[in-house]
Design a protein. Structure first.
Lengths: 133, 382
């Protein structure tokens, strides 16, 4: 079964274009310098429309997760992580932790992870893997 | 303090509870509504305001033959009905309607006339773009995501989570209408089928059929109804985020804190005044967050508070005395049942009656920590 993929909107297109090009793109406010995610053309902290897109480091730490034992059909049949990572720039992001056993022993909170991209045709999704893996 | 002038005069659940394959969703609303009207001696023509979620207030009014001057379709998940109560209280005070009916009905288990899976918003919504691609399958694999962080920060264990389910099962054993009544142990909970680590089946709510309805009117009129009025002392509501991954603090719900504080302030009560508490327990972690975010426990003390049996039978703060979403019933949007139990307790007719309960709080969650509503009730006129 084909993976359920996102459908970009005008406000999020830059993010998905970035993934295609192997870049994790965040936005930050020019006025108050707040970094934020998910994308929108204004700052959720101060309301300013003066915001810029920038390339994030792709570094993060594993913030929290579950191991889903009833995978959605498009994600296969084996239990897998559904995680939230805390990006070094501040925002939180949902993802899967990949290139790593999907077990509580291997998935340790606060472990450093880094972005890795996987091409699904129309869309490239950002995932995270243990740093240096 | 205007909301002190409104009371619940009618309250009832569906005639059957748990597995109701012979009723569609709209009929579950109607069954509960007719029971609530019978409870207070009213007919549909006596109702001039409607509020509901899941179906539209238009469907509800049409189906019951009501011509309202007030309609509220606020739909923020399982606590929508707390928000309906809050809005209705303001509306009655403002003269928008005199007698408002709030209903819930959901064929969560039997799926009769239930339509497809709701929510989501499609692949171009923010959750559709930034959460759905990673495989969440509804609440069991989403609402649970913050919990490992919460356990780590608070120093709680999975045994603490399991014990929430164990103690609520003890309450459910006293409730003849509860879906699950057999005693369970912490080991039973931990050894149950894994759903989304660290959550086993017994840490997740039931999926059942049912409904409930509440009828509100002014406190002045409430005295003329057959049942003991249950007054609204204070109310609160808030919303935070449609995406659990974007919750500001994984160890505390902002919506809970804002809603709870507002309700306490409006009611002018202290925590020690509360005799009975309902915290919407879609999953075993919700009562822990609720006790902390409502201010009953300091952060880090909620698990010990439950483990020391303060919320159990005979404890100083009886919590989820119907058995909760974990053991009583959970149709999908459980907030209505939390309020039904608060009202039963204050009328003195609950199956697991708390002696002399005068003040009860019903605290609800909507979405995955997305929304919240809090109602402070009392059986004494303010």
């Amino acid at each position: 079964m084909d993976r359920v993929l996102p459908e970009p909107t005008p406000e999020t297109q830059h993010f998905w274009d970035g993934c295609k090009e192997g870049e994790l793109r965040l936005q930050r406010c020019v006025e108050c310098s707040k970094s934020y995610f998910p994308p929108r053309p204004f700052c959720p902290k101060c309301g300013s429309r003066k915001v810029e897109v920038y390339k994030a480091s792709g570094k993060a730490k594993l913030w929290s997760y579950v191991i889903n034992h009833r995978p959605r059909p498009d994600l296969g049949t084996e239990p897998h992580s559904i995680a939230v990572v805390m990006l070094d720039e501040g925002p939180q992001m949902m993802t899967n932790i990949v290139e790593c056993p999907q077990t509580p022993e291997a998935l340790v909170l606060d472990m450093p992870v880094e972005v890795t991209f996987q091409d699904f045709g129309k869309i490239t999704l950002p995932f995270f893997k243990p740093a240096g893996a | 303090m205007k909301q002190k002038t409104v009371a619940a005069v009618g309250a009832a659940e569906t005639t059957e509870m748990g597995k109701i394959p012979n009723m569609s969703v709209i009929q579950l609303h109607a069954d509960a509504a007719l029971n609530a009207m019978a409870d207070c001696g009213l007919k549909p023509s006596d109702i001039d305001g409607v509020a509901t979620a899941g179906i539209s207030p238009t469907e509800l009014a049409y189906y019951l033959g009501i011509t309202p001057t007030y309609a509220d379709g606020t739909s923020v998940g399982g606590c929508s009905f707390m928000l309906h109560v809050r809005h209705a209280a303001a509306a009655i005070n403002e003269g928008l309607a005199k007698t408002i009916l709030i209903t819930h009905g959901e064929s969560g288990r039997s799926r009769v006339g239930a339509g497809g899976f709701r929510g989501g918003g499609g692949t171009s919504s923010l959750p559709g773009q930034f959460e759905a691609p990673y495989g969440p399958v509804g609440p069991p694999s989403m609402f649970t995501i913050p919990v490992l962080r919460y356990l780590k920060v608070r120093g709680y264990t999975v045994e603490d989570l399991a014990n929430v389910a164990v103690i609520q099962r003890e309450w459910a054993a006293l409730n003849p209408r509860a879906s699950m009544k057999d005693p369970i142990s912490v080991a039973d909970v931990l050894n149950a089928r894994m759903i989304a680590y660290p959550f086993t089946l017994l840490m997740c709510c039931l999926v059942t059929d049912g409904g409930g309805a509440i009828i509100l009117t002014s406190a002045e009129r409430a005295k003329d109804f057959p049942q003991k009025p249950v007054y609204i002392l204070g109310t609160g509501e808030s919303v935070e985020t449609p995406m659990v991954s974007q919750m500001e603090d994984f160890t505390s719900s902002k919506a809970f804190r804002v809603s709870g504080k507002k309700a306490f302030e409006e009611a002018g009560i202290k925590h020690g005044d509360v005799d009975h508490l309902m915290i919407y327990d879609a999953f075993a972690h919700l009562p822990l967050y609720g006790l902390e975010d409502l201010g009953f426990c300091r952060p880090g003390e909620a698990a010990g508070f439950i483990n020391d049996r303060n919320t159990a039978i005979g404890g100083k703060l009886p919590l989820n005395t119907n058995g909760g979403g974990l053991s009583y019933m959970h149709s999908g949007m459980y907030g209505m049942y939390a309020m039904q139990e608060s009202i039963r307790q204050l009328r003195g007719i609950a199956p697991a009656q708390v002696p002399d309960a005068k003040i009860s709080i019903s605290h609800g969650v909507g979405g995955m920590f997305g929304a919240s509503g809090t109602i402070v009730w009392s059986n004494e006129a303010p």
